[in-house]
Ligand binder design. Sequence first.
Ligand code: PEP
Ligand code: MN
Length: 364
Amino acid sequence: MDIIDIKDWGLGLSEHVLIAGPCSAESPQQIETIAKGLKGSPVELFRAGIWKPRTRPGSFEGVGSEALEWLDAAKEILNVPVTVEVAKTKHVEAALKAGVEVLWIGARTTVNPFSVQEICEALKGVDIPVMVKNPINPDLQLWLGAFERLNKVGINKVAGIHRGFSDPYEKRYRNKPEWSMPIHLKRMVPGLSVICDPSHICGTREIIGAVSQRAINFGLDGLMIETHHDPDNAWSDAKQQITPDMLKIIYDSLIFRENVDEHPEMLTEIDKYRHKIDLLDSQILELFSERFKVIEQVGEYKREHNLAVYQPSRWQEVMDSRIKEGIKKNMTEKFMKSLLFAIHEESVKKQEAQLKEMRPMANL
Ligand code: PEP
Ligand code: MN
C-alpha cells in the first residue's frame, strides 16, 4: 500500500500528534470558547463532529453543514487545521467545500464497506488526508479493507484511530481497547500511523490520562481527545469530555516513549539483551523440536495400537501441572493456557497426519 506519513501531510503535524476539540459542534460560541481554551496547549488538529451517528434516533444528531463555517474561528484562533467525521457523499462534498483539511471515518461507518466505498467514490481525484477509526467489532480485515479502498482511489495520506471495541461484558471501558490490533495493523501496513482515541475507549473522563499513557507505551502515534469548555453540559458524550485545562494537565503528565532505532548509543546497550534473547529463543525452538519428535514417537505407538490421538485425561494432567509450574515461575495463567493450547494443537495435528498416512491393507 502507498502510505504518506502524518508528518508529510503538509499540515505541520508531528509524530506525536494531538487532536482535540468537542465531540459535537454545538454553536459558534461553543467552538470559539473551546478554541480559546486550547490556546497554549500542544493541539495540532482541531476536531468537531458535525453529523453525529447516534445509536438511537431522538438523541442529538449533530448540527449539520451550517456548523462547518464555525470551524474557521478555531482555525484562526489556534492556527491549526480542522477535521470532521464524514459518513456519506453529502458530508464529503460539504466538508471539502468548506475547506476542512482532514476527514475521518467513524467506527460505525468503517464496519460498512458500502459506506466506505461511497466515501471513496466521493473522494476520487481529491488530495486530502483521511483517518479511519477501527470498526466497532474487532475485525482487522475490515479496518484494513477501508485503507485499501482509500488507496484504490488514490488517497495515500491515511492514518488509523484506535477507539476500542464494543463488548457487552466489558465493565471498565465504554469500548474495550485491544492493543494488539493497532500493532498488527501497523505491521501489515508499513508506514501507517495509528492514533489513539482514549475518549471513546474510556467513556468516563477519570481514566483518560491512564489510557493515553498506555497508548503511548504501546507505540501509538498520537491522541485524539474530546475537549469541551463545559463537559457536563455537552450535547453528546458528556461524561467522557474534558476541559482544555484538564487536557493540558494530562498532556504534561504524559511520558513519551521513543523508538530505539533513533538512538544509536542506546542500541549498543540494548543489543546485549537482544543477543541473550536470541540465544534463549533458539534454545526454546530446539527444545520444541525435540518435544515434537517425541510426540511423533507417541503418535506411532498410538497408530500401531489403535489409540485415539486425543487422550483427555492426559491432556488435563499436562494442563494442570504446567499451568501450576508456570505460575510459580512468574507467568500468567492466561499466557500458560494459550501456550499449552498452541502446543497441543500442533501435536494433535502431527499425530492425526500420522494416522492418515497410507497403511498396508493387512494392518487395517
Ligand atoms: C466521535 O469521534 O465523536 C465518534 C462518533 O466516535 P466513534 O466513531 O469512535 O464512535
Ligand atoms: Mn464522541
